[in-house]
Each structure stands twice: as C-alpha cells, then as structure tokens.
Write a protein that binds this ligand. Structure first.
Ligand code: CR1
Length: 755
C-alpha cells in the first residue's frame, strides 16, 4: 500500500537508498500526518477533557506507525533500502512538554483513551522551551533552554482562539493540536495545546533559562514550571494555570454548545479530569462562565460543575500539594478569587472543620477545592490511595467516602514494549501469538518459564537491547559499557525521597569493597538518569556526587574494570526507550509511603528487568503479582515510616555513627575525593545526610547493601535469573494503561466507546 520508494523520488528526486536518515524521517512524518488526517475524530455526546500542565509525549513517529498499522511495512521497506528505523527515529526532536511521571502518565493515558475508542482529548499548554535541557559542566547540572519547536514540529493549527482576562489586562490564545491515533481502530483523538498569541521567544537567551518573568503577556507559554523561587516566578505559575484552565473551560463550553448542550445539562456533554492540582482553577472558571456569561444561577452552576470534575492526586509530598496566597489569585484573576471565597463560605456552612477548609490564613488549598467541588478523587496505586484515605486526606474521606477510589497507574505497551524493544516483542509473538497486542495479556508466557528455547530467546533479546543501549551511550556521551556488564538502572527525577543518594552510598561501599580485593564476578554498570529542579539545591548536590563518583571510579584502575557509574545527560523519553529494555535490575528504592506509584517500575518489569525495591507505590502490586522469588524487597514499611514522621522519632545521627555507615558518608568529604569536586556541594550534602536526612536514606542503607549483594550474586545463576525475568514479563499485563483507562471510564467518566 505505501510506497516509500516513490515518496522518496517525489520528495527528494532520489531513490530511498540514497537519502539520509533525516530525510527518511521527514518522509515518514509526512506519511504519518497524511494518514492521521484521514482518520475521523472520535465522536460522542459526552467527551473527556484531560487537563494537565504536562504531557511528556516523547517522539511520535514509531508510536504513530504502530498505532496506524504501518510499522511492519515501513520497517521492511526501509530495511530493503538499507535504513534502520531506530536510526531514523533518532532524527526526530523530542517534544518538551513534560517533566516526570505525571506528565508521562498523561501521555500513556492519551494513547489508551484513543485505543479504547473513547472520545476524549488532552488539554494543556504549548511551551516553546518546555522543561530545560540538562547539560553537565564540571560534574554539575546546568540548565539550558530546550528549543524543540522548529521545522519538523507536529502541531496542527486548529484555528481557534479565546480571550483570557487577567486582573488588569487580557491576552488572546491560539489552539494547536497533535493527533493521537488509536491502535488499529481507524480513529483519532487530539492533544490540544494552547499557545499565547504574541509570545516572544526573544525573551529567552541562548544559554540560560533566566528570562524576564514579569512580562506575562509575552512570556506565558515559554517554559514549563518556570522557576518559582521568587514571587514573580510564583505569580507567573498562577498566570499560566489560569491561562490554561480559562482556555480549557471556554473550549469545553463552546464545544458542548455546538453538540447541543443548553449548559444546564453540561455534565451530559463533558467530564473533566484534573491531573494533579495545577488545573484546579477550572472549577471556579467554569462557574464564572456559567454564571457571568450565561446567566445561570450560582448554586445551579456549582451543582453543574460538581458533576463534571474529577481530581487525581499524584503525591503526598507537601511541596507538591499546591497552596496559593489568595492575594496572588486576586491579582491574577480577581473574579476567580471572588468565586473561590464564595465556594469556601458555602463549604464552611456545610462542614465547620478547619482541616478541610479551602482558605486558611489567606492561603488557598487547591486540593481541598478540587475535592469539595469535584465528584471523584483518586490515588494512583493501592497503597497510595490507602494512605490518602487513612492519613493524608482522612478528614475528606470521612466526609465523602463515595468520592474516593484507586486507579493504579499503567503504561502503554505500544511504546514501552512494541516500540522500544522489537526483539523481545518478536520473541513474545513467536511464543504466545499476538493477541496481547490488544489485550495486554502476557500470562500465557507463564507456561514457558521452564522452556529453554524461550529463556534463551530472552537472553538473546536482552543482549540485543544492551547492544542498542551501549551504542546510544557511546554516541550520546562517549562512554563504553563492557559487553558482559550487569546493567543496574535508576532513572527518574532527582529527589531526596527517591533516594538516589542511597544508591550513591552503596556505590561508595562497593568501591571500597573492590579496593579491598573483593572483585565482582562480572563488571557492574550502574546507570542513573534524571533532572533536578534548578531551585532544588540538595538534588543538584546529589547529581554532583554521582558525577564526581563516576569520574573518581573511572580514574581508579583497581576498580574501573569492575564498576562503572554512568549518569545519562538530559535523560528524557527517548533515552528511556534505549535504557529500559537493556536493564537487568530496576532500582525502585524510594522511602516507603513517598512514591505514589511509579511508572518506570512497570516499564522495567515489562522489559524483563528484576525489581529491587521498597514496598512503596505500585512496587507493592508488582511484588504481589510476581511472588517473592521474583523480586527483591527491603526497607522500613510505610506504616513505620509514617510513625517515625508523626512522632519525630527518626534520628539520622544514630545511623550516621554506626561505623559501617559513617565510613561511607564521610567518604564524600574525604579531602582527596573532595578535591576532585565542588567542596561546597559535597560538604552540604554530607552534612544534610548526617544531620537532617529528611527522607531517611541512612535508615535503610545497611539492609539495602545486603540485598544488593544478594541480587548481584543471584544474577550469576543465569538460569534462575532469566526465569525470574520471564515471570516479570508474564505478569506485567496488569500494568497496561488500557486497563487503567478502562477503570477510569467504568467508574468515573462513563464515556460511550466508539465501535
Ligand atoms: C509520583 O511521584 C507517579 C506519578 C504518576 C508522581 C509518581 O510516583 O507514578 O506521579 N507525582 O502518577 C507527581 O509528580 C507532582 O506529583
């Protein structure tokens, strides 16, 4: 059907075999765009609007080819002309519209919503520079603007605009969209991104992300999460949020009217999922539109909105549960501030309990607003939801038990297996057929856990994935990974609760152990990747420790042949697609109770890595599924951690002074080591760990070291290890985002699937 040879001739006047990867990439992007445009947009009286500050979508080409059913044919035609699809894929610039787990989740969800034939779009902002581009200079993170919008961008102009009224000025938006085709169902949804008319890219210098934060009418859609360490930055975030939700609300109302709504029946036409607290102001904004623009009575408007808005909580970390001074809201959007005051009053009349108040001491608690005035609250893994119900949001759970539910996160298998791991995909196809492409049911693999042919196939597929990762690391940052190395990976945003610093302390232990003559059975390569928020000093220090350790070890000829530490520069979705398939060990070592779910844990498992984890987030569910022989768990339980916090009973000094631990922590400030790095950073990190250690890295360190040693030893029993890996693949089906989305639809959205 498709003829790339002919397309190459038409576009470039040359045979396919003679054009470069960049040109092939352009050819395929045009092909995908043409195909998408012929697909009808999903229809339905009631539609989902998934509103999110982030959509970490990754490159589109391969995922779209898979969903459109063009992948095999394209791969074959390219191969015949001597092109490799993965190399072509590397030519695509990755969109910079997200940050971490909640943004990547939103992207997986959009893929699944379309695949299940549900009418629903993502709604967000079109950040010109997105999140920063990370570069390492002198073993430290520097943040550069990530200029992703350019010639080959994937945006369609929807030709729609709205006016957004701020306190003393107004701006105009412009709507763009990115097609989201369903998997083999001949239909599409869209990711709809609002941009600011008249946005001024020249405010951003080439070499830094500092810009004039006060020029709101020109800078609103330049960056995702602009620095909020000063008041201008915090105000800008509120401006961005209001810009996002005002546009979303205007879009929702105008489209509902087009579909026949009289607005009194708006919940029959639209359901809004609020992804974390950032879009919460859509509640007062919808009320404003219904009352002030359409003459609906206030109480009725509140009732309408209450039936159409649902909230997902992604974290219990206080720093991420947004609270805004009422005066900020009054400055940015005075009408919205007024409405929030009214909602707060109404709420107080019903429940006079300060624990559930929306406004406290002049501060607006966004999550509280979302819970009172939405109809659904969900957590993102069973343990997380339990913690919300029993602890963090307990007073709300008492008021509205019926609103609460769990929706354990998921990942799209199209990208995270079929797209990124072609060799494992064909092994699975050969072994159990291809039904799993639709159903995500991989359990038939359980019948093969003692089948040598399949186990050998898995080793071979892992070997090929490792070769691809080695190639990537060599070209991306010039490091050579030994061919037979065990690949041990922790990739995620850098945060103390995720405890990258605990793995760094283990590496110091291992370094010293090797120095003492205990050589591991084979080389160990530990791979980190992740960005630290520019204003988060300790997280920057942790990156610095990892990079300094990496060079220190590489420069020690006694240890370098056995231990290697790599930190991927500018870790993003594309890097994840190279590294995750290659991993043997998946590090999920957060302080129990703090990682709401995790989603990389699911991607690793699906790609045949064995998890080394605390019983946190979705790790608990992984452990239940694979059984204790096929996972390594350790660490203080979430209940005990909660107790330690509640009673202020954790004392890092008590752990620091244990000889085995002191040695490791003090290594950081040993003069020879410190001389190779930045003294201020290393000292600060050392002191923080010894005296504060808010996320209790020292608490679980000794057990972690023991378990890690057991993991490496077990890896040498190759037969038993590969069997574990296969059980992990076989049990990963539960974590398909198609399952998650089916549950959201069944319990919350109630959309009618398109046939
Ligand atoms: C959580 O930390 C979870 C994702 C997606 C993150 C992570 O455990 O997998 O959300 N939360 O649900 C977050 O980014 C701001 O909060």
């Amino acid at each position: 059907m498709i003829n790339l040879e002919e397309r190459s001739q038409v576009a470039f006047g040359k045979p396919l075999a003679q054009i470069g990867d960049a040109q092939v990439c352009r050819l395929l992007q045009d092909l995908v765009r043409e195909h998408c445009q012929t697909l009808p947009i999903m229809e339905g009286k009631r539609r989902l609007y998934y509103v999110s500050a982030e959509f970490l979508i990754g490159r589109l080409l391969i995922n779209d080819l898979i969903n459109l059913g063009l992948y095999d044919e394209v791969r074959e035609q390219l191969a015949q002309a001597g092109h490799d699809l993965a190399a072509v894929d590397d030519q695509e610039v990755e969109p910079s519209l997200g940050n971490g787990g909640l943004g990547r989740l939103a992207a997986c969800f959009m893929d699944s919503v379309a695949t299940l034939g549900l009418p629903g779009d993502g709604v967000g902002l079109n950040y010109h520079y997105g999140l920063f581009h990370q570069r390492f200079v002198d073993n430290q993170q520097t943040a550069l603007p990530d200029e992703w919008l350019g010639e080959q961008d994937c945006l369609e102009d929807e030709g729609k605009s709205f006016e957004v009224q701020f306190g003393d000025f107004s701006v105009v938006s412009h709507l763009y969209s990115i097609d989201v085709p369903g998997y083999h169902n001949g239909k599409r949804n869209r990711l709809r991104l609002f941009d600011l008319e008249g946005v001024d890219d020249s405010l951003v210098p080439d070499d830094s992300i500092d810009f004039d934060k006060t020029k709101v009418a020109k800078n609103l859609t330049l960056f995702l999460y602009p620095d909020d360490s000063d008041e201008d930055g915090r105000l800008l975030r509120v401006y961005q949020q209001y810009f996002m939700v005002s546009n979303a609300a205007q879009l929702i109302v105008s489209e509902a009217v087009e579909r026949g709504s009289n607005l009194h029946d708006l919940p029959d036409y639209a359901v809004v999922q609020i992804n974390d607290t950032h879009p919460t102001m859509i509640i007062p904004e919808l009320i404003r539109i219904l009352t002030q623009e359409h003459g609906i009575d206030f109480e009725e408007a509140v009732g309408i909105v209450r039936h159409m808005v649902a909230y997902t909580n992604h974290t219990i970390l206080a720093e991420a549960l947004e609270k805004w001074p009422l005066e900020y809201l009054a400055k940015v959007a005075p009408k919205i501030a007024k409405i929030i005051e009214l909602l707060d009053q109404m709420q107080r009349e019903e429940h006079d309990d300060p624990a559930v108040a929306i406004i406290k001491d002049g501060t607006v608690h966004m999550a509280h607003l979302a819970i009172h005035y939405g109809f659904s609250v969900n957590g993102v893994a069973a343990l997380h939801t339990k913690i919300l119900e029993e602890t963090e949001l307990h007073p709300f759970y008492e008021l509205y038990p019926e609103k609460f539910s769990n929706k354990t996160n998921g990942i799209t298998f199209r990208r995270w297996l079929m797209g990124c791991n072609p060799d494992l995909t064909s092994l699975v196809d050969k072994t159990i057929g291809t039904d799993w492409h639709r159903t995500a049911d991989l359990t038939p693999l359980m019948a093969h856990v003692d089948d040598d042919e399949v186990l050998d196939g898995l080793v071979e597929a892992k070997g090929k994935a490792k070769a691809r990762m080695r190639e990537f690391l060599l070209t991306h940052q010039g490091v050579t990974v030994p061919e037979d190395a065990i690949i041990d990976v922790q990739v995620k945003r850098i945060h103390e609760y995720k405890r990258q610093q605990m793995l760094a302390l283990y590496l110091i232990w291992k370094y010293l152990d090797i120095k003492n003559g205990n050589k591991p059975a084979r080389p160990i390569t530990v791979v980190f990747g992740g960005k630290a928020a520019p204003a988060y000093t300790i997280a920057q220090d942790i990156i610095h420790l990892i990079l300094t350790l990496s060079s220190w070890i590489a420069n020690d000829p006694d240890v370098a042949p056995y231990l290697q530490v790599i930190m991927i520069e500018n870790y993003n979705v594309s890097a994840a697609e190279r590294v995750i398939p290659a991993a043997d060990i998946s590090e999920q070592i957060s302080l129990a109770s703090k990682e709401a779910s995790g989603t990389s844990n699911m991607k690793f498992m699906l790609n045949g890595a064995v998890t080394l984890c605390t019983l946190d987030g979705a790790n608990v569910e992984i452990a239940d599924l694979v059984g204790e022989d096929n996972i390594y768990t350790f660490g203080t339980s979430s209940r005990e951690v909660e107790r330690l916090y509640a009673e202020g009973a954790y004392d890092p000094q008590a752990y620091y002074h244990k000889p085995g631990i002191k040695l490791l922590v003090d290594f950081i400030t040993n003069p020879a080591f410190m001389a190779t790095g930045n003294e201020e950073r290393l000292r600060r990190l050392h002191d923080d760990m010894a005296h504060k250690d808010w996320f209790m890295a020292l608490l679980d360190l000794e057990e972690y070291i023991q378990v890690k040693e057991r993991v490496y030893a077990d890896y040498e029993d190759r037969g038993a290890w590969v069997r574990k890996a296969l059980v992990n693949v076989a049990q990963a089906g539960t974590f398909s985002s198609d399952r998650t989305i089916a549950q959201y639809n069944e319990d919350i959205w109630h959309l009618v699937p398109q046939k």
